[in-house]
Design a protein around this ligand. Structure first.
Ligand code: 2IP
Ligand code: CA
Ligand code: CA
Length: 367
């Protein structure tokens, strides 16, 4: 299982490289930002780029862990169609040149773009986290499934505003909100057991070498609860919450009555908001609508569990009203809503509350 974690850290770093290369290399950047103009060709490039990052991750996991084939799900559908309406199945080939040739057919013969992407895919990533070496987890790949969001907060990724992050401070929007999310769940119960989050645009290299990323991971399985981040120290008075700026007015108002004004914050990206809770920048993330999906929450949920927190279904927990930690309301990842179609089968329909600590999720329980 430590092998699986190391692989996930590596493939997340590859996806992050693909994300960075699309912004750093002029021929790709042109294709990416022109998306804003609504040009169909460029809209298609953004779709292709996301699909590609997803395919790369899926393929590499499948290659190393064949027992997981059939249980590796991504946000994107793996079907590419090029400008001529031809359907192309993209695989990661054994050489960079072959991959480039295949990608060129997807990218309507744009060899420059294809070569740049192929290089990012075949380059060996830097991330090897030595702290995972001694980890043993009593799970085998045949018991597990995977959810991938190759890039969360796409709108922030495309807009590309650069922010200088301040330690211990929540920055509401910008490139740093874009995250690669890979979560692992147990097939039998749907509980999240492992998660990797890669933040491709964490800071700029001071010597001008471009963007540098940061990664986070967590494992939560039985007695094993390990996270690359330590449990943030509590201590600050009063509840703090992070919401989507598009949250319903009535929810904003009811939280405003629980949090002092400076502790009610807004941020982009479902993954980034849960990461804020993981990092202790907010106590809770509340979302009243079913606008997130299994691939958004699985990875960060595993990290929260490793720290003693969790993510519950908001509607269910309001219905149950139970004071104690109730496993029935925690989000699970193995069962689709069969009455829905397409992506909606995997939506977190009841909304959610991500919390690090039960006392903040249920302030009443502290009395
Ligand atoms: C989106 C993205 C959005 C988020 C939405 C996710 O994923 O994280 O930012 O909305 O819920 O599904 P908000 O920022 O209002 O929380 P993607 O970018 O992968 O489509
Ligand atoms: Ca996405
Ligand atoms: Ca997403």
């Amino acid at each position: 299982m430590a092998d699986l974690l190391r692989l996930l850290l590596r493939v997340a770093e590859k996806a992050a490289n693909v994300a960075r290369v699309c912004r750093q290399e002029a021929p790709l950047f042109q294709l990416l930002v022109q998306e804003k103009t609504g040009d169909d060709k460029n809209k298609k490039f953004v779709q292709d780029f996301k699909t590609l990052a997803d395919v790369v991750i899926q393929e590499m996991i499948r290659h190393d862990f064949p027992e997981m084939a059939g249980f590796i799900h991504g946000e994107e559908s793996n079907k590419f169609e090029n400008g001529l309406g031809e359907s192309v199945t993209v695989t990661v080939c054994s050489t960079e040149e072959e991959t480039a040739a295949l990608l060129a057919t997807v990218l309507d013969g744009d060899h420059t773009a294809a070569s740049l992407l192929a290089r990012a895919i075949h380059q060996n990533p830097a991330t090897i986290d030595a702290s995972t070496d001694s980890l043993t987890v009593p799970l085998s790949p045949s018991e597990l499934g995977i959810w991938i969001d190759p890039i969360d907060a796409t709108s922030q990724y495309i807009e590309g505003r650069e922010e200088v992050l301040e330690e211990g401070h929540l920055s509401p929007s910008g490139l740093h909100c874009a995250l690669v999310l890979i979560g692992v769940y147990r097939r039998s119960t749907g509980e999240p057991v492992m998660g990797v989050i890669n933040q491709p645009f964490h800071h700029k290299d001071p010597s001008g070498g471009g963007w540098r990323g940061k990664h986070f991971w967590g494992v939560s399985c039985g007695d094993v609860n390990v996270c690359s981040l330590s449990r943030p120290k509590g201590g600050s008075e009063g509840l703090s919450a992070v919401l989507s700026s598009s949250e319903k007015q009535v929810v904003k108002e009811s939280l405003a009555s629980l949090c002092s004004p400076e502790k009610l914050m807004y941020a982009s990206g479902a993954g980034y908001k849960i990461l804020c809770v993981i990092q202790g920048l907010a106590d809770v993330y509340v979302l009243s609508e079913g606008s997130t999906f299994k691939w958004d929450s699985c990875a960060p949920h595993a990290l929260l569990r490793a720290l003693g927190g969790g993510v519950v279904d908001l509607t269910k927990s309001l219905q149950s009203g139970s004071g104690a930690q109730d496993q029935q309301t925690e989000l699970t990842y193995h069962q689709p809503y069969t009455e829905c179609k397409g992506a909606d089968r995997w939506a977190n329909h009841g909304g959610l509350v991500a919390y690090r600590d039960l006392t903040s999720y249920q302030p009443a329980a502290t009395n």
